[in-house]
Design a protein around this ligand. Structure first.
Ligand code: CO
Ligand code: CO
Length: 318
């Protein structure tokens, strides 16, 4: 869309020219619509679990903008010669149950016949025009929270190769299927400055978007970054998705890694995530309040770094 002329319409509060998580359009002085769409090919074998993950992932971009998802539409590409209709029914049930949990109603959708299975949602959310959480909100003196462990890319690559344990599947499905709803509520309660969700570009790719939009540098502490169990093993065995390799190259000019962080650690930091957590920037003074707000809601509490004035390296990992 870089090739298209920029949006001129004054109703558009967030368009495609910033790297924000969703588009936002003013409806009235009190209400703006948050619009996003996301769909992908299966990352786990269980169709119900795949449906849940795809829905949680699509809803996440609304939460990352500070909004509340309101309604949604299914988007399906289905190879009817490869799978029985029960598979599609199970995927849609997973999506619907996850939407129910979010308080979102799926009001319809569209299915096409496709060589490869695809599922996701187009989501409409609501936000007050003054309460949008932009990528550009991080300020020097903030601390950074991450609300889910990373490593789902390497884990699902291992699972696809048929080399994973039942325990790994269960764990990955649980983490990827978890809504970012409670984390977003904590952001609103405490008054976070900025937020994005961690998905395909990995932790560093999305952190870089946040840092560049905000004109700041970030310091991350590797030992404080939560990892999925087995993720380090998985990467060491060579299960590194193509997207993860591309992400690492993409951020290289802007990232300085501590000398102790080798290939495995660097791949994990750039691992392409599906339905990852929120990366939240909040004033250092509110650190304890944020920890409490996350804890109360059963969300992972992980303070992984700080925001500093802009310097040469946009991100330092210590
Ligand atoms: Co996003
Ligand atoms: Co997205």
């Amino acid at each position: 869309m870089e090739k298209l002329p920029p949006i001129q319409d004054p109703r558009v509060l967030v368009g495609y020219n910033t790297a924000d998580d969703a588009g936002v359009v003013r409806l009235t002085d009190e209400i703006a619509l948050v619009q996003t769409v996301d769909f992908f090919t299966p990352i786990v074998d269980d169709p119900y679990c795949y449906g849940q993950i795809a829905a949680a992932n699509a809803l996440s971009d609304v939460y990352a903008m500070g909004g509340n998802p309101y309604c949604a539409l299914n988007i399906v590409g289905f190879p009817k010669d490869l799978f029985p209709m029960e598979v599609l029914a199970a995927i849609l049930a997973g999506g619907r149950d996850k939407a129910d949990e979010a308080g979102v109603v799926i009001v319809g959708g569209h299915t096409i016949s496709d060589a490869e299975l695809k599922y996701g949602l187009a989501v409409t959310g609501l936000v007050h025009p003054n309460k949008i959480l932009f990528n550009a909100g991080a300020r020097p003196g903030d601390v950074l929270f991450l609300t889910k462990p990373i490593g789902s890319g390497t884990i699902t690559t291992q699972l696809k190769a048929g080399k994973g344990s039942v325990e790994m599947i269960r764990n990955a499905c649980e983490v990827m299927g978890q809504l970012n709803k409670a984390a977003a509520e904590a952001c609103r309660q405490v008054g976070a400055h900025g937020c994005t969700d961690i998905t395909g570009f990995g932790l560093l790719g999305h952190a870089l978007e946040l840092a560049q939009a905000s004109g700041v540098s970030l310091v991350l502490h590797f030992d404080d970054i939560p990892l999925l169990p087995e993720a380090m093993n998985s990467v060491r065995q060579g299960f590194v998705p193509g997207g993860t390799r591309a992400n690492r190259l993409h951020v290289a000019p802007d990232v300085v890694y501590d000398a102790r962080l080798g290939d495995a650690e660097q791949f994990l930091l750039n691992d392409a995530q599906t339905s990852g957590g929120l990366l939240i920037s909040v004033s250092e003074k509110k650190k304890a309040e944020m920890e409490q707000a996350l804890l109360e809601r059963g969300v992972l509490v992980a303070c992984i770094g700080e925001v500093e004035d802009r310097r040469q390296a946009v991100i330092q990992v210590r």
